[in-house]
Ligand binder design. Structure first.
Ligand code: CP
Length: 323
C-alpha cells in the first residue's frame, strides 16, 4: 500500500477486519516487520489520539518514529506554489517534502482543511504533494477531507459491538461553536457505505456532505425519525460543505444557540434501539452530547479511541509489507 486515504485503499473490508482482530489478539505479532524502518509523523494541526495511537502502532511493529510539529519548532512552511515568499514563511513544502522523505521510510500526514478554499481542500493539495514529492508511502492521519484511520477504528468498534447482521448506524450532525472540517463525517460515511450496515445521515438542511462520500446513503432531515430503531449513534459537528452553495463552504449556517435541540441527550437516545453512542473525540460535552449519554456504560467513545491503535497497526503493517 503506497497511499492510505480512502476506503478503497484498504481493499476487502472483511479481510481488513480479520487482520484487526488478529492484531488485537496479539498486537506484537509483527514486532520485527518494522526493524530499521522509520516512520515520520508530520503534524500541521494538534492531536492527542492520532499522535499517541499511531506512534504506539509503529512501536508494535518495531519501527523507529520521528514526529515533526510543523507549527512548533520547524520553519513555517508555504504550501501554495507560485506565491512570492516575502512573508513569515521561510521554507516551501516543495523543498521540505523531499528532505523529510530522505530521513524516513513511511510518512503520516495530519493537515486539516483551511475551510476557506473548497477547491484547494477537496483536491487534498497538501497530502498529494507529499505523495508526489516524498518518494515514500504516505498515509492520512486526518487530512483536509478524510480521516480513514478513525473510520477504520469506528468500523472495528461497530463490528465488536453489533448485535444484528445489519445494524442501523446513524451519523448525526450536532452543534458546535466553531467551524469544523468535514473529514470525519466524510470518511465515516465512505466506510459505512462499504460495510454491512444500514446507514442513515441526519443533519439540518444546508449541511449536505459531498456526494463523493455519501452516494447511496439515506439522508433524513428529521433527526427523530433518523434515530428510530438505531443501534449506533455517531455524533459529529461539521461546517457547511458548500455542496449546494460553494460560497457557504466552511461556514456555520445557524447560531449554535438556536441548534441545541440537535445535541444528543437521553431523550434522543430513548428514540433508538438502545443504541451505543459514538464520537471520534475530542468532544465538547453538552454541545455535541450530554454528560449522562457520553458517560453511560453503553457509550463506546473510549473503546473506539483505543481501536485507533489497532487500525493504525493494520495500516502500517500493510505499508511495511509493500516496501
Ligand atoms: N479523533 C482524533 O483524531 O483525535 P485527535 O485529533 O486527538 O488525534
Amino acid at each position: 500500500m503506497k497511499s492510505f486515504l480512502n476506503v478503497q485503499d484498504i481493499g476487502d473490508l472483511r479481510q481488513a477486519l480479520a487482520e484487526a482482530q488478529e492484531i488485537k489478539a496479539n498486537r506484537y505479532k509483527y514486532e520485527t516487520l518494522g526493524k530499521n524502518k522509520t516512520l515520520l509523523m508530520v503534524f500541521f494541526n494538534n492531536s492527542l489520539r492520532t499522535r499517541l495511537s499511531t506512534q504506539k502502532a509503529a512501536l508494535n511493529l518495531g519501527m523507529n518514529v520521528i514526529v515533526l510539529d510543523v507549527n512548533a519548532g520547524a520553519w513555517k512552511l508555504e504550501t501554495e506554489r507560485g506565491v512570492i515568499m516575502d512573508g513569515d514563511k521561510s521554507e516551501h513544502l516543495l523543498e521540505a517534502i523531499p528532505v523529510m522523505g530522505s530521513y524516513c521510510d513511511v510518512i503520516g500526514i495530519r493537515s486539516f482543511a483551511g475551510l476557506t478554499n473548497r477547491e484547494y481542500d477537496y483536491a487534498e493539495t497538501v497530502y498529494n504533494q507529499f505523495v508526489q514529492y516524498s518518494g515514500k508511502p504516505v498515509f492520512a492521519m486526518e487530512t483536509a477531507t478524510v480521516h480513514p484511520l478513525q473510520a477504520f477504528a469506528d468500523l472495528i468498534t461497530i463490528e465488536e459491538n453489533r448485535k444484528t447482521a445489519l445494524p442501523k448506524v446513524v451519523l448525526t450532525w450536532a452543534p458546535h461553536p466553531r467551524s469544523l472540517p468535514q473529514a470525519v463525517p466524510n470518511s465515516f460515511a465512505q466506510w459505512m457505505l462499504a460495510a454491512d450496515v444500514d446507514f442513515v445521515i441526519t443533519h439540518p438542511e444546508g449541511y449536505e456532505l459531498d456526494p463523493a462520500f455519501t452516494a447511496g446513503a439515506t439522508i433524513e432531515y428529521d433527526q427523530k425519525k433518523a434515530f428510530e430503531g438505531a443501534d449506533f449513534i455517531y455524533a459529529k459537528n461539521w461546517s457547511c460543505p458548500g455542496v449546494t452553495n460553494p460560497a457557504d463552504y466552511g461556514k456555520i449556517l445557524h447560531d449554535y444557540h438556536q441548534m441545541m435541540h440537535w445535541t444528543v441527550d437521553s431523550e434522543h437516545m430513548s428514540w433508538t434501539n438502545n443504541a451505543h453512542f459514538m464520537h471520534c473525540l475530542p468532544v465538547r460535552r453538552n454541545m455535541i452530547v450530554t454528560d449522562d449519554v457520553i458517560e453511560d456504560p453503553t457509550s463506546l467513545v473510549i473503546p473506539e479511541a483505543a481501536n485507533r491503535e489497532i487500525s493504525a497497526t493494520v495500516v502500517l503493517k500493510r505499508i511495511l509489507q509493500s516496501l
